[in-house]
Design a protein around this ligand. Structure first.
Ligand SMILES: Cc1cc2nc3c(=O)[nH]c(=O)nc-3n(C[C@H](O)[C@H](O)[C@H](O)COP(=O)(O)OP(=O)(O)OC[C@H]3O[C@@H](n4cnc5c(N)ncnc54)[C@H](O)[C@@H]3O)c2cc1C
Length: 270
């Protein structure tokens, strides 16, 4: 059972970071995952709402403040139109309307959930993460999720602005259920030829990560002729585990099937 003794709402990043460094303390953004924690050691919550971090800024890349809700990816004109409408399509597969109205992009990234659809989708887009740890730093999302959690505050996510085609596929028992596996694919495509390919798989059940062997195989090839071979390579090389929900062998089959679906989707769109 949770037995929170203090609920703090600092007004500055510096103050929040200093408070966050205290023992048995967690930051809160949307609060959805915090609400389901069972730790009795947790004593203090530091609410990040007063820090703003709600901006969506257009430029050479798009800056999305950490407190921006997932629903904004579907409704904000800029976010919903990025990469041929990728985020608008993808976010509808994340939880429900109520969840998306509460969950923040910062909380979704910082929690580093192994089954996160948000991390898989953002990683396929080559997003980077801005962090405050006494000073602001920026790292790739790919690197960030591999790092051990510290007391850093995620302040923003940056999405590169480009014309890459992106696709996301998820397999779960129902729309609201968490993914048994999810796949994100990104690429440039010209005259059916692929370049700058990213292939990301999450819920394996470990944290989302790129499948570099498949990416290398696909670069400079024609999309329409490479789907079957890429799917076979995915199945042969991907490292997956089993858990109560899915056996490892089934996850391998899913990874190949979802990759095919994602690539076909990009083929139809491009
Ligand atoms: C019922 C349910 C269904 C869901 N379904 C899906 C789904 O289908 N797909 C999917 O991808 N996700 C799903 N999620 C997860 C959701 O997308 C978010 O990942 C989750 O709600 C975390 O966001 P939050 O803003 O609520 O974070 P919080 O609960 O506030 O915080 C989560 C963690 O991150 C830390 N944190 C929060 N903000 C920051 C910050 N700015 N900097 C540093 N640390 C921070 C907190 O200390 C805490 O440890 C689901 C969640 C629920 C409850």
């Amino acid at each position: 059972m949770l037995s929170i003794k203090e609920y703090l709402r600092p007004d500055t990043l510096e103050e929040a970071y200093d408070l966050g460094k205290m023992e048995n303390t967690l930051y809160v953004s949307g609060g959805l995952m915090i609400a389901s924690l069972k730790s009795s050691r947790l004593e203090r919550l530091v609410d990040l709402k007063n820090l703003g971090m709600e901006e969506i800024e257009d430029g050479k890349r798009v800056k999305i403040g950490a407190n921006v809700k997932l629903s904004e990816f579907m409704t904000n004109p800029l976010l919903s139109s990025l990469n041929h409408g990728f985020f608008k399509k993808t976010m509808k597969d994340v939880g429900s309307t109520q969840i998306r109205n509460m969950a923040t992009v910062g909380g979704s990234v910082a929690f580093r959930l192994g089954w996160s659809d948000v991390i898989t989708a953002l990683m396929a887009s080559k997003a980077t993460v801005e962090l405050y740890e006494g000073q602001l730093n920026e790292v790739s999302l790919e690197r960030y999720v591999k790092e051990k959690r510290r007391k850093e505050i995620v302040t923003a996510i940056y999405i590169p602005k480009n014309d890459r085609f992106l696709a996301f596929e998820k397999f779960s028992k129902s729309t609201f259920d968490i993914a048994m596996l999810n796949v994100g694919v990104g690429m440039n495509i010209r005259d059916d030829k692929m370049s700058d390919v990213t292939v990301v798989v999450g819920s394996r059940p470990m944290i989302s990560g790129r499948i570099v062997e498949v990416e290398k195989f696909l670069n400079d090839k024609e999309l329409s002729n490479s789907i079957e071979a890429a799917a076979q390579l995915m199945r042969d090389t991907i490292k997956v585990g089993g858990d109560v929900r899915v056996k490892a062998e089934y996850r391998k089959v899913l990874s190949a099937a979802l990759l095919k679906k994602a690539m076909r989707g990009i083929g139809d769109e491009s």
